[in-house]
Every structure is written in C-alpha cells, then in structure tokens.
Ligand binder design. Structure first.
Ligand SMILES: [Zn+2]
Ligand SMILES: [Zn+2]
Length: 239
C-alpha cells in the first residue's frame, strides 16, 4: 500500500536528481541521476594536494583546528564550482530531504568507521544553525546528519550547542569567521556532565576554515571531553 501511494505521488511530483535537478523516472528511488552518480564517484577520488590521499582517507586539517581537534574526517571535496558535492551540500541546506541526509550520513559513517574507538565512550553532536536560520529552512541539516551517524553506531546524539546571532559563516572572510564563531556558539547547560571523559564526535555538513568546528571543540575540551573528532560531509579544498 505504501508503495502504491509513493508511486502515485511520484507520478504527480516526479522525483528529481538531488544534484542537477533532472527529472527521474517516476518509479526511481535513486537520489541522483546516473550522470551525477558517476561524477560523484570521480569526485570522491580527488586527492588532497598536501598528503596525496583521497579526501575520505586524508586527515589534514585547517590550522585553526590543530589545537582542539584530534582528527578531522570528511567524505568529499567542496570546490565552490558547482560540483556534485557542492550541490548536495546546498540541497541539504535548503531541503528537508531524509533520503539525502541518510545518503550523506552513511558516507560519513563509512569514512570514520575504522578510526572510531570503542563505542560506549562516544557521544555524537553537531554544529547547529542559528534558530533564525533554522526557522527559515525548517530544519538543521547538521542535526539530521548527526542523528543518523549516531544511529549507525548505536550511540547517543545530543544537542550540546546553541547558536546565537544571524550572521552566516559563509558570508564572511577567514578572520571575521573566526571572530563570529567565537561569539556565536554557546554550550548548553548540562553539557559538562555529558561529555566528561568521553570522545565527542562533532558533525557538520562542510568544513571551510574550521572556525566553527574549532570554537565548538575548544568548549567541549574545556567542559571535560577527552577528545574531539570532527566529521563532515564535505571539506573545502584548494583548486
Ligand atoms: Zn543529476
Ligand atoms: Zn590531506
């Protein structure tokens, strides 16, 4: 019955490729068209210009993260050039699409899988959008990503931060980003008791300068976390 409803809905609202928006056959359950799937596989093979490894194996991180984050794990390169990765990140920001979040979070899970210490010490959290931003789009993509990653590892996901202010990081240059991030993320009240002595897995959709991740990670360490791992879907690479 569910399937019949889904097919009927698909005929009225044909499914579209999450990256290029091309209309897919009504019976399709794929997230992307074949062409974008192919491009995506190629993009994932992009090698880091510093260490020469593909992005999911590369553990290089922005200077700003080095004193607070133990390991930064990402899946694919963010290029700001309309790549499939870029488009998926953008689509996830604008659309509350569970199948896309699952796709992204499962890729993130696979990238970090081998590096994660024993599960009982882990707590998953995320870098939140501001309430203003969340009410604009109706969702917080990083929260969904964190939720699914936590489910995949059968560990707890907790919201540990609140973001104040309306300024979006992407509108700022590197220096202003650091300053804005410093003032933006507030640790919630009960955080210390939850993170003490534990490994925190801090999720976000994309890492650019690392300012938000590093500000959040520092606060987690101050609250007693043993170490912070950062996990993002995309990572900005220089072209
Ligand atoms: Zn496509
Ligand atoms: Zn690298």
């Amino acid at each position: 019955m569910k399937n019949i409803v889904k097919i009927a809905l698909n005929i009225i609202f044909p499914p579209k490729c999450a990256a290029c928006k091309e209309i897919l056959p009504y019976y399709s359950t794929a997230l992307m068209c074949d062409k974008c799937c192919e491009k995506w596989e190629t993009e994932k093979e992009t090698k880091c210009s510093k260490c020469g490894k593909i992005i999911s194996m590369c553990r290089c991180m922005p200077e700003s993260c080095k004193d607070s984050i133990d390991m930064l794990i990402s899946v694919a390169p963010y290029t700001s050039s309309g790549s499939v990765t870029d488009r998926l990140v953008l689509y996830a920001k604008e659309n509350n699409d569970r199948s896309l979040f699952s796709f992204m979070a499962n890729e993130m899970t696979a990238a970090i899988y081998a590096d994660l210490p024993s599960a009982e010490d882990i707590i998953v959290t995320f870098v939140p959008r501001s309430l203003a931003r969340k009410s604009e789009t109706g969702h917080d993509q990083s929260e969904y990503l964190a939720k699914i990653v936590a489910e995949n590892f059968s560990v707890k996901m907790m919201r540990l931060f609140r973001k104040r202010g309306k300024i979006q990081q992407k509108t700022l240059g590197a220096e202003k980003r650091a300053e804005n991030a410093e003032n933006s993320y507030l640790l919630l009240k009960n955080t210390a008791e939850n993170v003490k002595g534990r490994t925190v897995l801090l999720c976000d959709d994309v890492v650019t300068t690392g300012a938000s991740l590093s500000v959040c990670a520092k606060q987690l360490l101050n609250a007693g976390a043993q170490r912070v791992y950062a996990l993002t879907f995309a990572k900005t690479v220089k072209k």
